[in-house]
Design a protein around this ligand. Structure first.
Ligand SMILES: C[S@@+](CC[C@H](N)C(=O)[O-])C[C@H]1O[C@@H](n2cnc3c(N)ncnc32)[C@H](O)[C@@H]1O
Length: 295
């Protein structure tokens, strides 16, 4: 494989989070930092060059919170287009992905979305959370949404983004992807992660008390046949799959692979199949959901 290729990385050198109790399965290192930036750009293009779909008006002295902020790329992008008196806080379970420089109105803190500071009740006009599907356990989702609800000011907005997960199959003409999807499902199940959270978001938001729930979805085509964006989507998903390598191998491969070589060969097969199968209904779909805390 070529461009952006990191396949030669020995899985042992990847770095993972150590937050107590966290089941987050993706790495937290420079390679992941680069992937998250690529992912931000692909998502922005996929949604018509927009990063904020909630029709929120951010005015003087409003506060914005980004939970699971990672590199903070979403906040930094938003900061460039809004009033600098808006203060922004990014919360993440660890610091390794945080940027080394950022505008004065942007701040980063260590913490979990499941346990935000008690003094933040009714504080933020906008709370954003994107792609915690490999992080939050099924039982943690309602807790996280309650916390987001609590820290929003009445009438304030929240926006979430997740992706559908590859279902178990069958995948006609894509035997490698079928294996990979099965293996990913085993990893998610072993950690009690909510792989299908994207489908569950509207109901979970309603149960948490949010109103005016709206959403938009975009399917990600996954290879060069779909142009530059398709190729960027491919690189992003390959990056995610490489990130799962250590946890999957450490768990023994779930009966699908027994070595790093087998894992890498399977992943190369997945890429080949994406190139050969021009868009299927099983390709992942990103969903952005937005809603309000009632006034
Ligand atoms: C896939 S990354 C997405 C980062 C960012 N939201 C973005 O879209 O670029 C998920 C991030 O969530 C963080 N994370 C995982 N569990 C978390 C939790 N319980 N609370 C806050 N952050 C968490 C991870 O450390 C990682 O940085």
């Amino acid at each position: 494989m070529s461009d952006g290729d990191t396949n030669s990385i020995d899985h042992a050198v990847r770095k993972y989070q150590t937050y107590p109790g966290s089941q987050y399965a993706l790495p937290t290192d420079l390679v992941e930092q680069e992937r998250l930036i690529l992912q931000h750009e692909t998502l922005k293009k996929l949604f018509g060059n927009k990063i904020l779909l909630a029709p929120v008006d951010l005015g003087e002295n409003d506060k914005v919170l980004d939970v699971g902020t990672g590199t903070g790329i979403w906040m930094l992008d938003l900061a460039a287009s809004i009033d600098p008196s808006v203060s922004m806080v990014g919360v993440n379970i660890e610091t390794h992905l945080f940027p080394t420089s950022h505008p004065k109105n942007v701040e980063f803190r260590v913490g979990s979305v499941t346990d935000l500071p008690s003094e933040w009740s009714d504080t933020f006009w906008l709370v954003h959370q994107r792609l915690l599907m490999a992080a939050l356990q099924i039982s943690e989702w309602p807790v996280a949404l309650r916390e987001i609800y609590r820290v929003l000011r009445p009438g304030g907005w929240m926006q979430l983004c997740e992706s559908t997960a590859f279902s178990e199959g069958p995948y006609p003409n894509q035997p490698c992807l079928e294996k990979f999807a099965g293996m990913y499902r085993c990893l998610a199940n072993s950690r009690k992660l909510y792989a299908d959270c994207a489908e569950g978001l509207p109901n979970m938001l309603e149960a948490a008390g949010f109103v005016g729930i709206q959403s938009q979805s975009q399917r990600a085509n996954l290879s060069k046949w779909a142009g530059e964006l398709g190729d960027a989507n491919r690189m992003n998903f390959v990056g995610v799959f490489r990130g799962f390598k250590t946890p999957i191998l450490k768990a023994g491969g779930f009966g699908y692979v027994t070595s790093e070589e087998e894992y890498d060969a399977l992943l190369e097969g997945v890429e080949r199949e994406w190139e050969e199968n021009h868009g299927t209904r099983k390709d992942p779909e990103f969903i952005i959901v937005w809603a309000r805390k009632p006034t």
